[in-house]
Every structure is written in C-alpha cells, then in structure tokens.
Write a protein that binds this ligand. Structure first.
Ligand code: GCU
Length: 328
C-alpha cells in the first residue's frame, strides 16, 4: 500500500514531465510529395491547400514540399521512389495502382457508373475503401481520393464511331485492361508516359490519346489533337498515397493533422472540378478544338467483352457487382 502510494505520487510527477518532454521532442518533419500534374491542375491546388493546412495546424512542425509537373518522373517512377524511401508521398491514378493491387482495375471497366453521383458513392464509400485498404501489403497508404471526371478519346482526326478507330495508335496508361479496351475498338495501344504524349502526337508517333478535358487542355495536347470525342468511356480517379515508412516518422498528432487535411483536400478538389471542366472546355475551344458528341452505344457494345474478363476473376467480378448495386 505504502509502495503503491509512493509509486502513484511518483507517476503524478513523472507523467506530465514525460508528456512535456515528448511534446518538446516532437520532431520537425518535412514530407516530400511529387506528382506529374501541372500546377494549374485542381489536384495540385488541392495538394497545395493540404500542405498549407498541415503546416498551420502543426505550427510548422509538419511540412509538405511539393514537386509538381513530373520533376521526379511519372507515377511509375515516383511510386518506386516511395517504395525505396527516397520519396514520402505521390499521386497515382487507379490505372497506375493496378499493377500493385488488381482491384483498382475495376475503374477501367467501361461505362460502369450511371453518373457522377454513383461514382462518388463508390469512390468515397465502403467499396472504395475496401479497394484502397489493400495497398497496405505494398507498404503504402491511400490518404485521399480525387475525382477525375470521365475519360474520352482525342485524336488528330474526327472519330464518330468505333469503326473510325480502326488502326489508330492510341496512348493509354498501359494496363492489361486499358490495352484490351483499345484493341476491342480496333486500335493499337501505345504505352507512352503522360509527359511525352505531346511530342508523340506532334511527331505522329501516335494518332490520339484519352483523358479528361482538364488534362487534355492543360497539357496542350489540344494543339496537336484537335478532335475531342465525348464518348466518356471510363471514370478513373486519382489517389494521394504516402509510404508507411513516412507515416512512421510522424507522431500521432501529426498523423491526425495530415489525415484531416487530406480529407479536406478531397472536398476542396471536388468543389473545383466541375468549374475546371467548363473552363478547360472553353480554353480548348478558343484554341480551335472540336468537341464531338458521339452515340455511346456502339462503344458500349464493342467494349462489353471486358466484362467477361472481370467476371472470370471472382474478386473482380464481386467488386463490379458491388459497384452496380450502389447505383440503386
Ligand atoms: C489524368 C490523371 C493522372 C494521370 C494522367 C495520365 O490526368 O489525373 O493521374 O497520370 O491522366 O493519363 O497519365
């Protein structure tokens, strides 16, 4: 009893001391974040906003330094840097995540979502989380998910139906799913990094590519591929990822500040997105783009066999069904 009392009073003195000393020791951390988008892109703006919030809320103890525009390479390179502990954070699209976690491939399933609401319900709901949770075995964590509208084809010549795509070389973020998507439409897929697409189009190495309107405009691909075909075949989100080694460098408070700021950046980015699509469309029109409204049904029909492939893999087939169930 005596001992307990002494122990207790000892602890009363020691614990607060310990707490203050841990506090005082809270290490200053600067996280390096690299991505391949332009600084005017809404995902960059959302990341910049997050960095600002993190710095303010941690009183400068936690900082995020952003390296935009592919300074450290494309997602393949930055994810590799992250896995080798040479980089802390990066941004990758679902297609780029597919080689680590196969479940991300479901976002390349054509015409899977009824509308934006259905897509957001999946991305930010339980199905989305069940997919992002799977990156733990690869040593990184998804901190935020960002909408990226719909991807459509753009080319040097007009395309009005899948028949017009026969023989065309189309750049894709190369995965088994995206490659097959192009092949089913009669084209041939070209695995060219994002930052090299402009030159490839200009030199005629490829005939076209596919992306959302902001990326089509901000990369200036519009200057060398004037026809944007609004077939809207896929909705492929972007993700902010952090290595688990970097997370381990943070204390609980810093980790929480980062998680909150990342969640807030999701909301901020969604708010900016629709406005950005309208603005980019106008800018593309101003430099001579032609937007073609196509009948999507022939594209839908031609791409149906992709669903047979998904159904063959029970894990993927299950997620596709779960996603469809979210549309009700
Ligand atoms: C979009 C997407 C990027 C992706 C790029 C690409 O811009 O937001 O994450 O890297 O497409 O096609 O490579």
């Amino acid at each position: 009893m005596k001992l307990n009392k002494r122990l207790l009073s000892g602890l009363c003195i020691a614990l607060p001391l310990l707490a203050t000393s841990v506090d005082a020791l809270a290490a200053k951390v600067t996280l390096k974040l690299a991505h391949n988008l332009d600084q005017s892109h809404v995902v960059h703006q959302a990341l910049a906003q997050m960095a600002k919030e993190v710095q303010e809320k941690s009183n400068g103890e936690l900082k995020i330094r952003i390296y935009p525009s592919g300074q450290m390479g494309g997602p393949r390179e930055t994810i590799e840097l992250l896995q080798n502990d040479a980089l802390d954070m990066t941004k990758a699209s679902a297609s780029e995540m597919e080689s680590f976690v196969k479940e991300f491939s479901v976002f390349s399933a054509p015409y899977l979502f009824d509308n934006e609401e259905h897509f957001k319900k999946v991305l930010f709901g339980n199905v989305g989380k069940s997919i992002t949770d799977k990156t733990q075995k690869n040593g990184f964590t998804v901190e935020a998910s960002y909408v990226a509208g719909t991807r459509s084809f753009y080319a040097k010549k007009a395309i009005n139906s899948p028949a017009d795509m026969k023989g065309l070389k189309i750049r894709v973020v190369s995965t088994p799913t995206t490659n097959k998507l192009i092949e089913l439409l009669g084209g041939s897929p070209a695995p060219i990094p994002f930052g090299e697409v402009y030159t490839a189009l200009q030199q005629g190495v490829i005939d076209g590519a596919e992306n959302n309107i902001p990326s089509y405009n901000q990369t200036r691909h519009v200057e060398v591929a004037k026809f944007y075909i609004e077939d809207q075949h896929t909705s492929v989100p972007d993700y902010l990822i952090i290595s688990n080694k970097a997370l381990a460098k943070l204390d609980d408070n810093q980790r929480q500040i980062l998680a909150e700021a990342a969640k807030n950046s999701e909301v901020f980015q969604q708010k900016l997105w629709d406005e950005e699509v309208a603005k980019s469309r106008q800018e593309a029109l101003n430099v001579g783009a032609t937007f073609i409204q196509v009948d999507k049904q022939p594209f839908r029909d031609a791409l149906k066999p992709l669903y047979d492939d998904f159904a063959k893999d029970p894990d993927l087939g299950k997620i596709i069904e779960e996603i469809k169930a979210e549309s009700k």
